[in-house]
Design a protein around this ligand. Structure first.
Ligand code: DGL
Length: 261
């Protein structure tokens, strides 16, 4: 079991922000990455659709005999995890539930969260941050699905509609938040736009905390691979060539991914 692969997924390339950190911290593990590009963006979908989508991905990983699945996706962690967490016999690491344990105790009384609309509407960040620190104030803000589509297509130039991004960010800044969680795994790509609007150290990329937690947990639970197995496989549900090109911004994959699901 320990030498079985670890599944990692997102709606597209965003989860590679988590995968790239996992690959540094767990250089022996074998990984299977799935980018659900046919269903991207997730953030504008209904709970019913997101549940169906997440079940299909978990079934895919079950067939691959994974020992664990990393939900490198805020939206399905927020909306689907609770409904399917008992349906599979591998370990599941949901992003929001995991990182809130750590982020609830960073040095800030008022935290903003920039996320997809579905994540913001679920109030998962508020619920879990407050669970671990009842005194914290949390302001959640949902952003357009178009942001994720632009990151996927590598067209940052379409995002240089600076005013739109600025207006969204200002909704949080005007409420005097001390930190802003980038609550969508695609958003670290926007950092070089965001830092022109606010100071760099206000932004938190949860993927670092998430990957570190998973590495520690595998170690402590005795579930780490016993030998060198690192040979990641990449799958997508549509448009493998586009994924291959866009993925470079987060992780340098060396073959065009396989079409699956
Ligand atoms: N990157 C995912 C997240 O963290 C999904 C974004 C989307 O497809 O809308 O929520």
């Amino acid at each position: 079991m320990n030498n079985n692969p670890i599944g990692v997924y997102d709606s597209g390339i965003g989860g590679l922000t988590v995968f790239s950190k996992l690959s540094e911290l767990l250089p022996n593990e074998n990984f299977i990455y799935f980018g659900d590009t046919a269903n991207m963006p997730y953030g504008t979908k209904s709970k019913e659709d997101l549940l169906k989508i997440t079940h299909k991905i978990m079934d895919f990983f079950a067939q691959k005999n994974v020992k664990a699945v990393v939900m490198a996706c805020n939206t399905t962690s927020a909306v689907a995890y609770d409904c399917l967490k008992h349906d599979y016999n591998f370990i599941m690491y949901p992003l929001i539930q995991t990182v809130c344990k750590i982020l609830a105790n960073i040095n800030a009384n008022k935290i903003g969260v920039l996320s997809t609309e579905a994540t913001a509407n679920s109030h998962a960040y508020k619920m879990y941050l407050k669970k671990y620190n009842p005194n914290i104030d949390v302001i959640e803000h949902g952003c357009p699905g178009k942001w994720v589509e632009c990151v996927e297509s590598g067209s940052q130039s379409d995002l240089t509609n600076f005013e739109i991004i600025k207006n969204h960010l200002n909704i949080l800044l005007n409420q005097n938040v001390q930190k802003i969680i980038l609550g969508c795994t695609h958003y670290p790509y926007l950092k070089n736009i965001l830092v022109n609007i606010s100071k760099k150290d206000i932004f938190i990329d949860p993927s670092e905390y998430f990957a570190q937690y998973i590495a520690n947990d595998l170690e402590q639970s005795g579930n780490k691979a016993e030998k060198q197995l690192f040979k990641p496989e990449f799958y997508v549900s549509s448009n493998p060539e586009q994924f291959f090109i866009s993925s470079k911004i987060f992780y340098n994959i060396n073959t065009v991914p396989t079409l699956a699901c």
